[in-house]
Ligand binder design. Structure first.
Ligand code: UDP
Ligand code: MG
Length: 335
């Protein structure tokens, strides 16, 4: 194990070609398996690789284990945040630290198999700036989670002004120009699946089977996922705001028709208008619509408030760099 100050001059001169960014939150249980799989894959690569592990304020021994780990086949860049800021913030801090010519984002639980890295690199070498990994199968996930995810992706697809590919998570390869663009986006509301797609560039989509978690449990519950979905929609679409106008127009139109009908009934058929039930329905209906639209407005106003405050997305408590024991030094892309 070497600390970065004491690495050999040869390694310091050789630039990092590939960076892997992995957010980790309370993953001590599966870190050893993750390290093993990373070692195996990176040792087979023709690229000098760094692995950026962002500890998102774990309360278990995750950061301690990262500190004690001696990497083989890749250089390690560990970052620990001052508390749990959430996966999107952890990814943001990881992407800022990227030294490589390309970056691949992975989950610590290996649901995005590191063994697919060579295939992604191939697509990159053939000229892709962004390699999207699309989930063909999602193993180990409940029917409800798969269904709600697919409905959400469809809604977002309709609403978003930025094309955001369906069923593509954060498992992607980004070329240097894409990383530079993303690192310049200063927004606080960070829906990474949208942000990663925003710059555009030359995109390739490959399909893969998403594995089940290696161990431990998911860090997301349905409430967190719902909040993430809301932040995705509000960050990438203004269309929900138009809903108020549409619903207003719809109610105004139907009330006009209904009013005419009541008038005809009274004048021609001489029927007395039955008051209470229809009045209640109308009041509750309009009241409901008003509350929904105020709620939608509130979502946007709340996010404007967060943006205006301008607080940082994350705070780094500590970082470390270790050089891998047998990292390879091969040709850089296009060189
Ligand atoms: N994660 C994180 N911060 C959080 C929650 C999750 O950094 O607040 C990391 C977690 O350690 C994992 C990745 O994000 O590497 C994906 O999390 P998880 O596997 O729990 O999500 P799922 O795959 O179930 O959607
Ligand atoms: Mg997972």
């Amino acid at each position: 194990m070497h600390i970065v100050d004491s690495v050999s001059s040869e390694t310091l001169e050789s630039p990092i070609q590939l960076s892997l960014v992995i957010p980790v939150y309370n993953e001590a249980e599966i870190l050893p398996q993750l390290f093993l799989r990373l070692e195996k894959v990176t040792q087979s690569l023709d690229f000098k690789t760094e692995v950026i592990l962002v500890d998102d304020g774990s309360s278990d021994s995750t950061w301690l284990d990262i500190q004690h780990y001696s990497p083989k086949g890749f250089d390690l860049h560990g970052i620990t945040l001052s508390r749990n800021f959430g996966k999107e913030a952890a990814l943001t801090s990881g992407l800022k630290a990227v030294a490589g010519e390309a970056v691949i984002i992975l989950d610590a639980d290996c649901q995005d198999p590191p063994e697919l890295i060579p295939v992604m690199l191939e697509a990159w070498q053939e000229g892709a700036d962004l390699v999207n990994m699309k989930r063909r199968v999602r193993r180990g996930e409940s029917w409800l989670k798969r269904k709600s995810a697919s409905i959400f992706y469809r809604i977002l697809g309709v609403l978003s002004e930025t094309p955001i590919p369906e069923n593509v998570g954060d498992f992607r390869l980004l070329n240097r120009p894409v990383i530079d663009e993303i690192n310049q986006l200063g927004e606080r509301n960070r829906y990474m699946k949208g942000i990663l797609s925003w710059p555009g560039f030359n995109q390739v989509t490959l399909e893969y089977d998403r594995e089940a978690r290696m161990g431990g449990t998911t860090k997301w519950n349905y409430w967190k996922l719902f909040y993430l979905a809301l932040s995705g929609i509000t960050a990438f679409s203004n269309k929900p705001l138009m809903l108020a106008s549409w619903m207003g127009a719809m109610v105004a139109f139907s009330s006009f028709i209904y009013g005419a009908w009541v008038l005809i009934k009274t004048l021609i058929f001489g029927e007395v208008v039955s008051g209470y039930p229809s009045m209640m329905v109308v009041i509750l209906f309009i009241g409901g619509i008003q509350l929904i639209t105020i709620g939608i407005l509130g979502e946007y106003v709340g996010r404007i408030f967060t943006e205006v405050k301008g607080r940082p997305n994350y705070v780094i408590r500590k970082s470390l760099k270790k050089q891998g024991s047998s990292s390879q030094l091969k040709s850089i892309k296009g060189a």
